[in-house]
Design a protein. Structure first.
Length: 159
């Protein structure tokens, strides 16, 4: 199956079913005859801007990241980011102008993708592994603002 066809099927599956993990997504795709690797699905999730967000019961599930315009977008982005921090971030530490964020397994790429998408002004770029995201700031002052926000997301702002 080609990438574009797989992406269409992934969109359909996420719209129709409650998918909470990559494993569930792989299993559902397998039901449709698609055999993909974990690495392929991880890339697809990043390409399609799929993030985890709480459902009506407060349990995280895959959804498509929705951008908005202006100040409404910043408010929505910040709320989504705060929820994501509360759901997946385990530990935050800063080394000079770098902020190291430890997440639940397999969530660092999603976290980095959300940060890259919303582009907070104190973040230059991100690098993500399996369960660690490194946030690069221009200087130590910006990194301190990012760290403060990640430690106390409801009390601080990086926007």
């Amino acid at each position: 199956m080609r990438k574009a066809e797989r992406h269409l099927l992934i969109k359909q599956v996420i719209d129709e079913f409650t998918i909470r993990t990559q494993e569930e997504l792989l299993a559902k795709l397998s039901d449709y005859g698609v055999n993909a690797t974990q690495a392929t699905i991880s890339r697809d999730i990043r390409d399609l801007k799929i993030v985890k967000a709480p459902d009506e019961n407060g349990i995280s599930r895959f959804v498509f990241f929705q951008g908005k315009e202006g100040s409404e977008a910043k408010n929505e982005d910040e709320k989504r980011l705060i929820q994501m921090i509360e759901d997946i971030v385990l530990k935050v530490e800063r080394v000079h102008f770098l902020t190291i964020v430890h997440t639940l397994p397999d969530n660092a790429p999603l976290f980095a993708a959300v940060l890259d998408e919303i582009k907070p002004p104190h973040i230059v770029s991100t690098i993500a592994g399996f369960d660690t995201t490194i946030i690069i700031s221009q200087n130590e002052e910006d990194a301190q603002l990012v760290e403060d926000f990640l430690h106390h997301p409801k009390d601080a702002s990086i926007f």
